[in-house]
Write a new protein. Structure first.
Length: 457
RNA sequence: GUGGUUGUAGUUCAGUUGGUUAGAACGCCUGAUUGUGGUUCAGGAGGUCGUGGGUUCGAGUCCCAUCUUCCACCCCA
């Protein structure tokens, strides 16, 4: 048998115990918050029919889909003609399924397929991996988790407010304090295109403006020029690029700039309504920063859009989302309004790691290790172990008699805070020796006294 | 998809114009210490130099291909 060196496919990762403990800490903060706000879990399969996936993410997105070959002899149905016609023609003969690219499209598919059983407004959350055949780089992988929550079937702005509340709650649980929830509205952006006389170029404006952080005002102006925006329009845009101040000042400025753009004013009043709701809820420090130049790439957004940025760590957005008017239209169920958002676990992880925000409880796996001296004392050690577990203390026994040094070392490496030494002396006296690994102190006490101390962890 | 970049021990990295047996630190294992981890000391194991070709008397070093890593675009989380 020949040896082979193991390796991972491009852009794929293992998560060892350390990383899993930290990731689960994040996942559980997100999950409990979603559930607290009345969102129900949904899981969809890792594969969807290609007909469901293609055409939903643009040409670029279609290229990034992982396609799965048909089972069996996948060339059986093909002919030389298909081959000559090129890969695009050949593709649908050899592949009918693909790995899902995001959670939103499968969600829309699910809603349409189950519309008669669902009660609307339907609120669901979904925490699952998705796959993209992208070229990987830092913070971008070919397999990554998305944590989405959507409510579909209502256009109430209470949903927007609740998203802000959930973001506040999750970041509060995680200990992230210095962040902004940037909020804008596609209607405001539409109003801007109206005001500058380029009403038919909303999506071009969005993709350029979205890069403002990266390429600066001049960069945006140059890019709009190359996208054939009239120079008068670009001049008219400048005052919008220069909007500054706190939320009230920005609102005041943009209101005068958009005085004649109906949809723009509508977007502004929607934003004000959200602030209003938050005030009624008694939330003062909601972290909202109105940003009329926030655009977001995704084309299906039609109303409120939002994005969360850390002010401590320079990294992409930690969370983002928006309102859409017609997510399910492509599957034959038009005119249903909804809003969704999602957390970027990998980026949140990076922020928490660099700021050292993971609490110790999130990292400790086992609270107590019971030592194993020799076969003769194993029954007593097992009795101790069983009592610890009955008291809900995370505990384990070293599975074989070994040198104490080795067992202590095991506890140390595994970050186990307490070791219970249970040997011949302890067995005879029916006691345990409890050692605190941080202080190095140890005492001989009864099992129930030991449990009392350990139960506090 | 475009243009770069990277790969040597478990990990981070040295390795001279191509020249004997490829090194270090940390980590790991054993012992000093037969019931005590982190510190110290002594010893030890561990490498098809990413993979496949090529040039050469000779390749970790040069050339080609391929995979991988990271970065900038495109796009996005």
């Amino acid at each position: 048998m020949s040896m082979q060196k193991p390796g991972l496919p491009k852009g794929m990762r293992d998560f060892g115990p350390d990383k899993m403990a930290k990731r689960n800490f994040i996942f559980s903060a997100i999950r409990t918050t979603f559930e607290k706000f009345g969102y129900q879990p949904l899981e969809t399969p890792s594969m969807e029919n290609l007909s469901v996936l293609t055409g939903k993410y643009g040409d670029e997105g279609d290229q990034l889909l992982f396609k799965v070959l048909n089972s069996g002899d996948y060339l059986a149905k093909t002919s030389q003609d298909d081959y000559d016609a090129g890969s695009k023609q050949l593709l649908h003969k050899i592949s009918e399924k693909g790995l899902k690219y995001d959670l939103t499209v499968p969600f829309a598919r699910y809603v349409v397929m189950n519309r008669h059983e669902l009660t609307f407004p339907f609120k669901r959350y979904q925490i699952q991996p998705v796959w993209r055949a992208d070229r990987p780089q830092k913070g971008r992988y070919r397999e990554f988790y998305q944590c989405d929550a959507d409510v579909i079937g209502t256009n109430s702005l209470i949903c927007e407010m609740e998203i802000v509340l959930m973001i506040n709650e999750v970041f509060d649980k995680l200990g992230i304090e210095n962040y902004d929830i940037k909020v804008n509205n596609r209607k405001i952006l539409a109003g801007i295109t109206e005001a500058i006389g380029e009403a038919d170029k909303l999506s071009e404006l969005c993709t350029s403006i979205d890069k403002l952080d990266k390429i600066g005002k001049q960069g945006v102006i140059d890019e709009l020029g190359s996208r054939s925006f009239a120079s008068a329009a670009i001049n008219a845009l400048e005052p919008f690029l220069n909007i500054e101040g706190d939320n009230d000042q920005k609102l005041k400025t943009i209101k005068t700039l958009l005085a004649d753009a109906a949809s723009g004013l509508e977007g502004i009043s929607e934003f004000e309504e959200i602030l209003n709701y938050l005030a009624q809820f008694g939330i003062k420090n909601h972290h909202i920063a109105f940003d009329p130049m926030l655009a977001r790439g995704l084309s299906y957004y039609t109303g409120t859009i939002l994005e969360v940025k850390s002010n401590d760590v320079k990294i992409g957005s930690l969370s983002g989302g928006g309102r859409y008017d017609d997510l399910t239209g492509v599957f034959g169920m038009p005119g249903i309004s909804g809003i969704g958002f999602s957390f970027g676990v990998d980026r949140i992880y990076d922020v928490m790691d660099t700021l050292g925000l993971f609490p110790e409880e999130a990292i400790i796996s086992t609270t107590a290790l019971v030592t194993n001296f020799e076969r003769k004392t194993e029954p007593y050690a097992l009795k101790v172990l069983s009592e610890l577990r009955n008291a809900q203390i995370k505990s384990e026994i070293y599975p074989e008699p070994a040198k104490l040094k080795k067992q202590m070392n095991y506890a140390d490496k595994k970050n186990i805070p307490y070791v219970l030494l249970v040997g011949e002396d302890e067995m005879e006296s029916q006691l345990v020796t409890l050692k605190n690994m941080q202080t190095g102190q140890q005492t001989k006490i009864t099992i129930s006294e030991g449990i009392e101390i350990l139960a506090k962890h």
